[in-house]
Design a protein around this ligand. Structure first.
Ligand code: SAH
Ligand code: SF4
Ligand code: F3S
Length: 472
């Protein structure tokens, strides 16, 4: 499917509303002696984090300032995730709290956007149960936010825009990022894979790749601002370029990024195993800036379940990829996603997954209990295992993996690692924290001024979830 780029005219229309909002905000400031404040909250994946940066970019141009505290805000916006039920529950919980806030702050404007509200039944539920929400818009309407917000403020009635489109990319939306040494750059949007458990293709639309030049320009701008680590982002980066008119694939894009001066580290997420090419493995091996880290979601180790999940690979094919990656890049750090309790999964199927964990020995895993998503094919299947059995399997898997994590980390004892310093550790305020090339967390003592710098650390005390070391 061809990629629709938001036309200059469409974006010009949004800019017209940014200007109107700006005028309105200026009038507000004169009348009230303060600037209007916006509060943004993001749920879900990096894709959403990236969208919120665009929302903040547009709000900033429209004259808003920001507050971390919803209670002080004039405009609160939740950018939501639909991937599992608990992500949605969190947002419903927050909306409940806002109802009380709105009673004491009647002028507060509340907006909900993103993946969750792209589903019609959720949108309906919000309108019924949380009628204090003023504005609802889906992932396809992001660029229209200025107009929608302006209408909400003028018309004083609920504005909803969850129209679907065949996909659109706007290269013009301003981005407001915190200045950091690390940045995420979207290289494509949407997903074509329709794994039977997953809601993402329904709420994000089909795959659309950004043009390489737009990606390069964004990275160059980031580097000029001091960023050195770039993470390329897409639901399945391995199919990058398939929808473009030019002949380029993900490995080619990686090489181009590898050549950009000032970039020191390149990471990417997510790689679907069915599309992982030998060319990509060789590119990772040969390009010095590409971190030797691969996130390769397995989901299940049972061929029967993989088929029912519509994953398009077998356990054997998956293991063959892992073997090849380990052979070409022996220092590779491997991570994965696993779903436990897919409806038709039996304990024998689950044990096949455990076998893969024991064979691959991942550095870490992200494990999820299956969550039924309305409208997906798997939602119609009956469960074989009880909730209790599923939870027991889940705990068993964590035990197996915890032991592997510890053993893998112990291999790092006395090694010297280059670490990009993130800043003060979240768990111990007396320590700094950063990540190795392979993405492992390293804690060490040092001066805060090292934030954003690359330092050499000797690992002295490997732990289950992180490494401890000393500056050398
Ligand atoms: N595009 C990425 C993943 C996006 S969602 C990929 O294909 O790898 C991130 C993870 O959430 C998935 O890998 C999967 O493990 C998990 N997930 C998706 N839908 C889920 C569901 N209905 N229940 C539980 N976990 C789910
Ligand atoms: Fe969901 Fe599968 Fe697409 Fe990942 S590849 S976003 S799991 S449908
Ligand atoms: Fe991401 Fe959640 Fe949407 S995982 S793409 S924010 S459904």
């Amino acid at each position: 499917m061809a990629t629709t780029i938001i036309t200059k005219e469409q974006w010009a229309e949004s800019e017209r509303f940014i200007a109107k909002l700006k005028e309105d905000n200026a009038r507000f400031a004169i009348k009230n002696g303060r600037t209007r404040l916006a509060h943004t909250e993001t749920y879900g994946c990096q894709q959403n984090v990236n969208d919120t940066e665009r929302i903040r970019g547009m709000l900033s141009e429209a004259g808003f300032e920001f507050t971390d505290d919803a209670e002080n805000a004039d405009f609160v916006i939740y950018n939501t995730c639909a991937v599992r039920e608990n992500a949605e529950q969190k947002v419903f919980g927050r909306l409940g709290i806002l109802k009380h806030l709105k009673e004491t702050h009647p002028d507060l404007i509340v907006a909900v956007c993103g993946c969750m509200v792209q589903q019609e039944h959720i949108c309906e539920k919000i309108r019924k149960v949380h009628n204090h929400v003023d504005l609802i818009f889906g992932t396809h309407a992001l660029y229209r936010m200025p107009e929608l917000l302006y209408r909400t403020m003028q018309e004083k009635k609920t504005v909803v825009d969850i129209t679907d489109s065949d996909g659109s990319i706007s290269e013009d939306i301003p981005i407001l990022r915190d200045k950091e040494e690390k940045a995420w750059v979207s290289i494509m949007y949407g997903c074509n894979n329709f794994c039977t458990y997953c809601i993402v293709p329904y709420v994000r639309g089909r795959e659309r790749s950004r043009k390489p030049q737009d990606i390069i320009n964004e990275i160059k701008e980031l580097v000029a601002g001091g960023t050195t680590e770039i993470s390329l982002l897409g639901q399945n980066v391995n199919s990058y370029g398939k929808d473009l008119d030019i002949d380029i694939d993900f490995a080619d894009l990686l090489r181009i990024v590898n050549d950009i001066e000032g970039v020191k580290r390149i990471r990417f997420m997510t790689s679907h195993p069915k599309d992982l090419s030998d060319k990509l493995i060789y590119t990772m091996r040969d390009c010095d800036k590409i971190c030797k880290q691969l996130h390769l979601p397995l989901q299940s180790g049972s061929d029967k379940i993989l088929k029912e999940m519509n994953r398009h690979y077998t356990k054997e094919q998956y293991i063959a990829i892992v073997d090849k990656v380990k052979k070409e890049i022996p220092e590779i750090t491997l991570t994965t996603d696993i779903i436990v309790g897919f409806p038709t999964e039996t304990t024998e199927d689950f044990e096949e997954t455990l076998k893969v964990l024991e064979y691959v020995r991942y550095d870490s895993i992200f494990s999820f209990i299956y969550s039924r998503r309305e409208g997906t094919p798997a939602s119609k299947l009956d469960f074989v295992l009880s909730d209790d059995e599923i939870h027991k399997n889940f705990d068993r898997m964590l035990q197996v993996q915890n032991q592997i994590c510890l053993e893998k980390n112990l291999e790092y004892k006395d090694r010297i690692e280059e670490v990009l310093v993130d800043g003060v550790s979240k768990t111990d305020k007396n320590m700094l924290s950063g990540r190795t090339d392979g993405g492992k967390i390293v804690n060490f003592t040092g001066d805060e001024s090292l934030k954003g710098k690359y330092v050499k650390i000797k690992i002295t005390n490997p732990k289950q979830w992180s490494l401890e070391g000393e500056l050398i």
